[in-house]
Design a binder for this molecule. Structure first.
Ligand SMILES: *[C@@H]1O[C@H](CO)[C@@H](O)[C@H](O)[C@H]1NC(C)=O
Ligand SMILES: *[C@@H]1O[C@H](CO)[C@@H](O)[C@H](O)[C@H]1NC(C)=O
Ligand SMILES: *[C@@H]1O[C@H](CO)[C@@H](O)[C@H](O)[C@H]1NC(C)=O
Length: 215
């Protein structure tokens, strides 16, 4: 499969994890395991934007996921000012485009500690997807090593000057319209992906992404 990486602070954590999780080995893991959580992850869930008012009344919730969104949630050294993913909701397998503008106030190099939390919405509640192997809500001692496994770096990222591998230079980066293809079918539903990056004891960045996958 196409292992992509597009990196700007913690965006890297989130996207690469998604890419890795679409890989054949991950699908095999899901197929082999019968744990409740894995079953949950595997199952399609109707995104909240397609649910009726009745449904929200019944589960006693008012807040619902209606569109793609992102938020810088901490850290002092890197962040994102624009992040756009088209189409919304994502349809996988399929083509999608990503644009991002971000900044890095300091250069970053190995080892880059990253942690990722993935939650999926069920009956109005975010349920954490556990870390199984290297997949799911995991901590990584050195995210640079994960990036090294990526086989291709999209042109748009190379042209922006950022690149896909450590070390990363400080600067402002604008990455227009990365054309991507997700060859894997990811279970439908609403996801909350929250990634943090630490470097040499410093809290570099935190990014929260709410995204929906539909058919
Ligand atoms: C992605 O962008 C390309 C142009 O670079 C466009 O032709 C294509 O339709 C876009 N794809 C989606 C899913 O929006
Ligand atoms: C980079 O972006 C930051 C934050 O958006 C801004 O304050 C700074 O002026 C920019 N620096 C350059 C060189 O454009
Ligand atoms: C997404 O998950 C993070 C980490 O658990 C949490 O702090 C945040 O509130 C969640 N976002 C939403 C919109 O619920």
């Amino acid at each position: 499969m196409y292992r992509f990486c597009w990196v700007a602070g913690s965006v890297a954590v989130i996207v690469a994890a998604l890419a890795i999780q679409g890989s054949a080995s991950f699908r095999k893991l899901i197929e082999d395991d019968t744990e409740l959580f894995l079953n949950f992850l595997k199952h399609d869930v109707l995104p909240e934007r397609y649910r009726s008012t009745e449904y929200f009344k019944n589960i006693g919730k008012t807040v619902k996921v209606q569109a793609f969104s992102f938020k810088n949630c901490g850290g002092n050294f890197a962040g994102i000012s624009k992040l756009q993913v088209v189409p919304d909701p994502l349809k996988l397998p399929g083509n999608f485009n990503v644009s991002a503008i971000g900044y890095m106030k300091e250069g970053l190099k190995s080892p880059l500690q990253a942690s990722l939390l993935i939650h999926k919405k069920a009956a109005g509640v975010w349920v954490k997807i556990p870390c199984i192997g290297d997949f799911g809500s995991c901590d990584y001692d050195d995210f640079c090593e994960i990036l090294d496994m990526a086989s291709e770096c999209p042109d748009a990222i190379q042209k922006s000057g950022l690149g896909c591998q450590c070390p990363f230079k400080q600067g402002n980066y604008s990455i227009p319209n990365i054309n991507m293809y997700g060859s894997f079918g990811f279970p439908t539903g609403d996801y909350n992906l929250t990634g943090t990056l630490h470097y040499q004891g410093k809290y570099v960045a935190c990014l929260e992404i709410i995204l929906t996958i539909a058919t």
